[in-house]
Ligand binder design. Structure first.
Ligand SMILES: *Cc1c(COP(=O)(O)O)cnc(C)c1O
Length: 664
């Protein structure tokens, strides 16, 4: 990976007071802004993706609308930011709202309960949370606690996750679904737990697992509960669609399924086959795919009963999607259904498929991870610096006869017209490139080249300003504005905290947390701290479709400007990596009480530099003594004094203990 090179050179730092808020002071000749809070709501799309959990207050602050047993209580993010500061928790912070996990778990169970009641479905619903979606111990503890009243269970995809499930679930009625490849130890753990009265299901992913399970079950004298994971042929729209279909990595083919039935029958263990499992993939955007998958799976279920298996459990996996961009479409970042429709469609599809066969309705299990935990977390970070691509004021009068390329650029600048914008654009870029070539062969000085770049930038800004006057602007001209946008540098790492934004170009809603009553006048992309050109956010939720830039406010000198990235509770925390050795962020869980008070319930300090160095196998004590030797040499060479040596060593060891991010 390479470091980024700006599209246009000469960025000027916008930390100077000329760009402060005074710029839009009403005393200026600029027209008074007609900006309203509703404009902010519309621009950032908060009503479309905010799930009624997030809003904007009259004072222009982002808010969380937390459901509590005493109704919805509003807290401003500014209060949360103050609380973090008082606790000495630096940005970036991964903030979790307990109320939102609680509410989602409740909604999920109520959604299925009401679909079941409405349709007179004869079975029940049992949810399980797939641990891989957010394994953080505090999150799992909250899920276990809030889920207890519904006997909400856990899905494990590995031995480590099974250990978490076995230890944390408070109710023995909760289901534990064991997916993933299983070795003897994994199987033994599940079987011993079964004999303790826990509800453990083994989902068979490959035919090789069955003989092992039967063998160990015989050894311990336990009757296992077995499920089979199907490879459905139903295809799924969107980005995350590789979990289903013929070539999906997981699940049994029809031939393998028959092999399993025959082996079970031969071992006189067909009674253990109680569950059918499938997982269409995460983030299924189109409800039609869900229905098709259910209908196909029902055919298998009916036939397994005909083969003599008792069955009883129908596990539809995960896939319930989050509307990240608020478009309510079948685009991969969205979905064309809501929870109620999802639940009703599933229940009805099963009933319709079973009706001709008179088969009892099974217990429906779902493994919705993303939908359950995405809303609870918001990544908070502050902006450290801004680069804009504004031209400098041009010399007056403009110098002539320096070089033909500069003369042509000046000529282009003097002839910008709406009907010739494309031509103006082509000329500007062409003569700028001529000037660059002239610099390379020594015909232009450094300052002359800077003049050429500056004139070109001036032209591009003027073109971008006039593009909206065109009746049908070509795409190449429309994108000029994006390529001239500011870069806001945020105190975070995309790779650590938003890995899917990098790996699969996922769009997350991003919004300033303050000044929302003020019109955002800058167009920006967001760069992170990693000095990697991939360490940026350049896809945002737009009003009609997703956009490449985000509108933000000019940063005011001496005033913290904070952004929130929303809906990041699923998958982001554990997929994150240590690119450039930026470690785990500070994590804070808060709860809003029935009285509408904010409580900080859990704080977890992020990695120190010492921590991340040890992850990549450095012995930090050894690093310290190596450096200490250097200071000794510098001391004996007379380069530093003994007192300075002490200070330098202190600085080194303090840095080892410090946060990996930018500290104020
Ligand atoms: C990943 C996974 C899930 C969770 O999917 P979501 O889209 O997050 O709901 C559920 N079940 C299995 C088997 C999975 O692999």
């Amino acid at each position: 990976m390479t470091t980024s090179e700006p599209v246009f050179p000469n960025p000027t730092s916008r930390r100077d007071p000329a760009h402060s808020r005074a710029e839009t002071n009403p005393n200026d000749t600029a027209p008074e802004s007609t900006w309203t809070l509703n404009d902010a709501r519309e621009l950032y799309g908060i009503q479309r993706w905010g799930l009624s959990y997030f809003g904007i207050s009259e004072s222009g602050n982002a808010t969380v609308e937390a459901p509590t047993p005493a109704g919805v209580k509003t807290i401003e993010f500014s209060e949360i930011l103050d609380g973090l500061k008082q606790r000495g928790l630096d940005m970036p912070v991964m903030l979790r709202f307990e109320n939102l996990v609680d509410d989602r778990i409740t909604q999920l169970h109520q959604g299925f309960a009401s679909a079941i009641a409405k349709t007179d479905y004869q079975g029940e619903y049992r949810g399980v949370f797939p641990i891989k979606v957010n394994q953080q111990s505090h999150v799992i503890a909250e899920i276990a606690r809030f889920g207890e009243r519904f006997n909400y269970g856990l899905e494990a995809g590995s031995k480590a996750e099974l250990l978490i499930a076995l230890a944390t679930l408070p109710s023995p009625e909760s289901l534990i679904i064991c997916n993933g490849y299983k070795d003897v130890e994994y199987i033994d753990l599940g079987l011993r737990a079964l004999s303790m009265g826990l509800q453990v299901f083994f989902v068979i992913e490959t035919p090789k697992e069955l003989p092992m399970i039967l063998d160990r079950a015989k050894h311990w004298g336990v009757t296992p509960c077995i499920g089979v994971r199907l490879k459905l042929s139903t295809a799924v729209d969107g980005h995350w669609s590789r979990d289903a279909g013929d070539r999906s990595l997981f699940g049994l083919t029809t031939l393998q399924l028959i092999e399993i039935i025959d082996s079970l029958r031969e071992a006189e263990m067909l009674d253990s086959l109680q569950m059918l499992h499938f997982h269409l993939g995460s983030q299924v955007p189109n409800i039609r795919n869900v229905r098709d998958g259910i209908t196909e799976a029902c055919r298998f279920y009916v036939n397994l009963i005909k083969e003599g298996a008792p069955m009883g459990y129908f596990d539809i996996g995960g896939g319930l999607a989050v509307d990240y961009d608020g478009s309510a479409s079948i685009d991969g970042h969205s979905r064309n259904y809501d929870l109620d429709e999802y639940c009703v469609d599933i229940v009805e599809a099963i009933m319709a498929a079973f009706r001709p066969h008179g088969i009892p309705h099974p217990t429906i299990i779902s493994e919705s991870g993303r939908w359950t935990v995405a809303p609870m977390s918001v990544l908070l970070f502050n902006i450290l610096d801004v680069n804009d691509f504004q031209p400098q004021p041009l010399p007056d009068p403009l110098p002539e006869n320096i070089h033909s390329s500069i003369d042509f650029l000046i000529d282009t600048l003097r002839h910008i017209e709406v009907r010739r914008l494309q031509e103006n654009f082509n000329d500007a870029v062409y003569y700028r490139d001529q000037a660059r070539k002239a610099f390379q062969i020594g015909e232009l000085s450094l300052r002359e080249r800077a003049l050429a770049e500056n004139i070109c930038l001036t032209i591009l800004h003027q073109i971008a300003d006039r593009v909206p006057e065109m009746t049908r602007p070509p795409a190449s001209l429309q994108s000029i504005k994006d390529s001239l946008s500011d870069i806001y540098y945020g105190n975070f790492s995309v790779f650590q905290s938003l890995p899917d934004a990098w790996a699969i170009q996922q769009v997350f809603p991003v919004m300033p947390l303050q000044r929302l009553d003020e019109e955002p006048t800058r167009n920006a992309i967001i760069g992170d701290l990693t000095c990697d050109c991939d360490g940026q956010l350049n896809q945002f939720v737009g009003t009609k479709s997703n956009t490449n830039t985000l509108r933000l406010h000019p940063v005011v000198e001496g005033e913290e400007y904070c952004l929130g990235v929303f809906l990041v509770g699923a998958y982001q925390e554990t997929l994150g990596d240590l690119h450039n050795l930026f470690g785990d962020t500070n994590v804070v869980s808060v709860r809003v009480t029935c009285e509408g008070k904010l409580e900080f319930v859990h704080e977890l300090k992020g990695d120190s530099i010492r921590d991340v160095l040890s992850y990549v196998e450095y012995q930090t004590d050894e690093l310290f003594s190596q450096f200490e030797k250097r200071t000794d040499t510098a001391l004996s060479d007379g380069k530093i004094s003994i007192a300075q040596r002490g200070e330098i060593l202190n600085l080194f060891s303090e840095s080892l203990r410090g946060y990996t991010y930018f500290e104020q």
